[in-house]
Design a protein around this ligand. Sequence first.
Ligand code: BEZ
Length: 259
Amino acid sequence: MNTQQTFDAGRSFDAAQYQQNASFVPALGDVILGWLAPQPGEHILDLGAGDGVLTEKLVAAGARVVAGDASPSMVTAAKARGLDARLIDGEALDFDEAFDAVFSSAALHWMPDAARVSAGVFRALRPGGRFVAEAGGFGCVAAVRVALADAMERAGVDANGAHPWYFPTAEHHRSVLERAGFVVDEIVVVARPTVVPAGFGAWLETFGKAQLARVPAEQRAQVLQWATARLEATLRDEQGRDVADYTRLRFRARRPALA
Ligand code: BEZ
């Protein structure tokens, strides 16, 4: 299977749509950047770098960075920023002891084969190298998933197993990392309610493609409207902002140094 086939089913992004509807995602990456604390001269893989907004911060810190993403459109957008951007499938990494650190923000939940991802990252790191990441954790966007599933079922579409995301507990993901050989220094799942500035409808159109692909084209607008109305009734705050029920898995782990 090639990269594009692997990342179809809602996992391939259009950079223009992403910038319009989801620019809040990289804007919220500063916490995990702080956990990484990139150092001048370090060689870093940014896994799932998107259009490179956060990658530029790693470069500004003096690191040499490869921006890897599985969406051709995102890679093109990252190259336009002057970054070393490459089409990379996180579930089939092909590096050997090449990096001092692997960093990932808001991308690992799109890579459900976490064992393969972790093994590939482990191989990609030099001994002593670190893996620092943030992604959706257990319970992430649960209300959004339920609202969309309800709307799909109201339209007569089976929603079982439709969402494409990996949202583990900290305990589960710790065991995945340890099985790959990592020492886990810190791992948590925290709630982070997240304002989606373009609203729930735009969020669903941008991120819900895998689920909406199951809905016959002529019913999609209706399903989107039902789901959006349910979400607005539930998760619209006093200021009229749509606030999605995000959780964040955050961890820092390292490949043990040679004895
Ligand atoms: C997240 O960043 O947690 C996320 C983004 C899109 C869909 C689901 C989760």
